[in-house]
Design a protein around this ligand. Structure first.
Ligand SMILES: C[S@@+](CC[C@H](N)C(=O)[O-])C[C@H]1O[C@@H](n2cnc3c(N)ncnc32)[C@H](O)[C@@H]1O
Length: 264
């Protein structure tokens, strides 16, 4: 399958769930991918209540990064629904606020930080939100190993870590490589939505908006956008933005109809 990047420890995607092989996939498209160094997992302890809820619900609603493709209809228990994957859902406040407004859409929230996922899990359970599932892992690896090409209707990245120091810029998730990977995993017509409150990161993204030929840049706002773009609440970043006179920069792209004829 030339559409899958090279993963020397992974042979196929069938069979029982396997833990992820090597920590980072190797990409052969010659593009720039984030280099996270030793930053991979973000630990943190759960409260007793969170741990109990985790033990009860995580096996059904969550999974760890692995080398097994997700069977989306089976996991959500329905056929034909749209699917949006969110990278870096944090504590899941906007994830949980948006999901009830898009009940026909499956949401896969991906996050490295277990206490953040535990907070989202609490919201899912207490608010009885049936349409959110979670994966703990690096969003790039989750897209690479667990999501089939052309299977997503949307990808969201809200307030990604800005890595403000110049020597850390290579850790940024918005780079030419992830844009290609996301385009590859989106269906034709699928949407990528990115928001940041960091002015310099917004400039960085602005320079990359046309770098991926399979993503047509739509700017902001885009009234005909086929997916929900309103986060429904002021996230911590938006509140901070308002008090510090920052502004929120939003970016929307649409996957073109052209096939992806490049190797990943
Ligand atoms: C600045 S926070 C924003 C959280 C949330 N989107 C919000 O708007 O409140 C960025 C989050 O992305 C997560 N993150 C950073 N890099 C990631 C990656 N490669 N894969 C998954 N999550 C990531 C971090 O753990 C953190 O929770």
């Amino acid at each position: 399958m030339s559409n899958f990047p090279h993963n020397p420890h992974s042979s196929d995607s069938s069979g029982p769930s396997r833990p992820a092989g090597p920590p980072r996939s190797e990409f052969r498209d010659g593009l720039d991918y984030p280099r996270l160094g030793s930053i991979g997992f973000r630990r943190g302890t759960l409260t007793e209540n969170q741990q109990e809820r985790w033990d009860e619900y995580w096996p059904t609603l969550g999974r760890e990064l692995s080398d097994e493709l997700i069977d989306i209809p089976a996991w959500f228990g329905r056929e034909g629904a749209k699917t949006i994957l969110e990278i870096g859902s944090g504590t899941g406040t906007s994830t949980a606020a948006m999901a009830p407004h898009e009940p026909d859409t499956n949401i896969i929230a991906v996050e490295l930080y277990r206490p953040g996922l535990a907070k989202l899990l609490t919201q899912i359970v207490l608010q009885d939100i049936p349409t959110i599932r979670m994966v703990r892992g690096d969003g790039i690896e989750v897209l690479t190993r667990m999501i089939a090409p052309g299977s997503l209707d949307g990808v969201r990245i809200f307030f990604p870590d800005p890595w403000p120091k110049a020597r850390h810029h290579k850790r940024r998730i918005i780079q030419s490589g992830p844009l290609h990977l996301i385009a590859n995993r989106l269906k034709p017509g699928g949407v990528l939505h990115v928001a940041t409150d960091h002015a310099e990161y917004a400039e960085w993204i602005s320079e990359l908006v046309t770098v991926e030929p399979l993503l047509e840049y739509k700017g902001w706002p885009w009234p005909e956008c086929p997916q929900l773009t309103d986060r429904q609440l002021l996230t911590k970043f938006e509140r901070r933005g308002l008090t510090m006179d920052h502004s929120i920069h939003e970016f929307l792209w649409q996957r073109t109809d052209a096939p992806d004829d490049r190797e990943l």
